[in-house]
Design a binder for this molecule. Structure first.
Ligand code: NAD
Ligand code: UD1
Length: 360
């Protein structure tokens, strides 16, 4: 069965493509590489020994989408493509509404036209706003504290409306907690551009000497050691959650929403200590002001996904830190710049063969 993966070159997308290929699915990746490198997909091919089609197309490009849907017999879509930087979304809200919301509408229009009505959508725990109660279950109150979060909330509502208008749709909305870690080969991982906003990518850059020290945003929260507590989940566990959601989409119609998290919370200091243990380096840090918009504690109740999808996260925090470290240590500059230059401008359609060569 052929699965279209939008944003498949990105951090979570590339790990999900590995699991899809390994499970025997045919995969078609659509990505405009606005926040990723084609190298990630070459590495996916190396890991899996599988070939797949890659379209350098934006979800905002109606003609490009038409080409993808008309050239392939697509059974379901996993939709990762979108912008995700909270701070940037406050500065450039229209860019976020355009890319995330307009892009999703165009994608769904094309799915409708081609009678592809199975969708897995990347939402986020950010839709819970400032949670009043933890662990957070799916029926907790929803709110957004920034434009990025609002795009996720709005898209969730758009998808509900879509199903109300046509009950042949089968939609899984997955609310991710804090994905970290990397494939254990060390070949693919998170490669943020510029200075990372998120905790673990920042720590890995400190560990390889690219950044001087971690700034811990506040040690006066009402938590075990005063630092913020989050539900970190290994990206490979997260990827597996998508395969389970897909299976459900093939079995029934409706809109179902699931938390993908471990259900456990770790503080910033606990992450720093675990990371130090796994990489054998000291992570220098200073305590600074709280980051505006941060909550003290956020972790999931993942029991609905366990019950309905037969999915639960397996990997512990040590493995998450070790895998993040392996990826960063082996790829200190992220995906190799030189190889990226070689791959730039190779046309719209690339087909990766087993040996990693690119065909048009
Ligand atoms: P990412 O930036 O690594 O991946 C997103 C991919 O989408 C990139 O490859 C990017 O080039 C592509 N893209 C963006 N706009 C596009 C467009 N218009 N057309 C085609 N491709 C486009 O991010 P990620 O961490 O892999 O996140 C994937 C999804 O999961 C996003 O929707 C994000 O909002 C959501 N999410 C991520 C996290 C997280 O912590 N990483 C948490 C919750 C939800
Ligand atoms: C952030 C986003 C959230 C998004 C999530 C996943 C904000 C306000 N929230 O959440 O919308 O869904 O990423 O992409 O940006 N920390 C430090 N120093 C750092 C970085 C982080 O101390 O340099 C702390 C934070 O205060 C927090 C914890 O580490 O307590 C985790 O931070 P982060 O990785 O940014 O994730 P979230 O805050 O959960």
């Amino acid at each position: 069965m052929a699965i279209l993966v939008t944003g498949g070159a990105g951090y979570i997308g590339s790990h999900t493509v590995v699991e899809l290929l390994t499970a025997g699915y045919e995969v078609i990746v659509l990505d405009n590489f606005s926040n990723s490198s084609p190298m990630s997909l070459k590495r996916v091919s190396e890991i899996t020994g599988r070939e797949f089609k890659i379209y350098n197309v934006s979800i905002l490009d109606r003609n490009g989408l038409e080409k993808v849907f008309s050239e392939n017999s697509i059974h379901a879509v996993i939709h990762f493509a979108g912008f995700k930087a909270v701070g940037e979304s406050v500065e450039a809200p229209l860019k976020y509404y355009q890319n995330n919301i307009s892009g999703t509408i165009l994608l769904c229009e094309m799915m409708q036209k081609y009678e592809v009505k199975r969708l897995v959508f990347s939402s986020s725990a950010t839709v819970y706003g400032v949670p009043k109660v933890v662990p957070i279950s799916e029926d907790s109150p929803l709110s957004a504290t920034n434009p990025y979060g609002r795009t996720k909330l709005m898209i969730e509502e758009i998808l509900e409306d879509l199903f109300r208008s046509d009950n042949r749709w089968s939609i899984s909305i997955l609310r991710y907690f804090n994905p970290i870690g990397a494939h254990d080969s060390g070949k693919i991982g998170e490669d943020p551009s510029g200075i990372p906003n998120n905790l673990v990518p920042y720590i890995t850059k400190v560990a390889v000497g690219k950044l001087r020290e971690l700034k811990i945003f506040g040690a006066d929260y009402p938590t075990k050691d005063g630092t913020g507590v989050r539900d970190y989940i290994h990206v490979v566990d997260l990827a597996m959650g998508h395969l389970k959601a897909l299976e459900k989409n093939f079995a029934s119609t409706g809109v179902s929403t699931y938390n993908l998290g471990t259900g456990k919370g770790y503080s910033v200091l606990e992450i720093v200590k675990t990371f130090e243990k796994m990489c054998g380096e000291k992570i220098p840090y200073t305590i600074t002001e709280r980051r505006p918009g941060d909550v003290a504690v956020c972790f999931s109740d993942p029991s609905k996904a366990k019950k309905e999808l037969n999915w639960s996260a397996k990997k512990e925090i040590e493995e998450m830190c070790a895998d993040s470290w392996r990826w960063q240590a082996k790829n200190q500059e992220g995906y190799d710049e030189e190889e990226n230059t070689i791959l730039a401008g190779t046309g719209n359609l690339r087909l990766i063969q087993n040996n990693g060569d690119f065909l048009y």
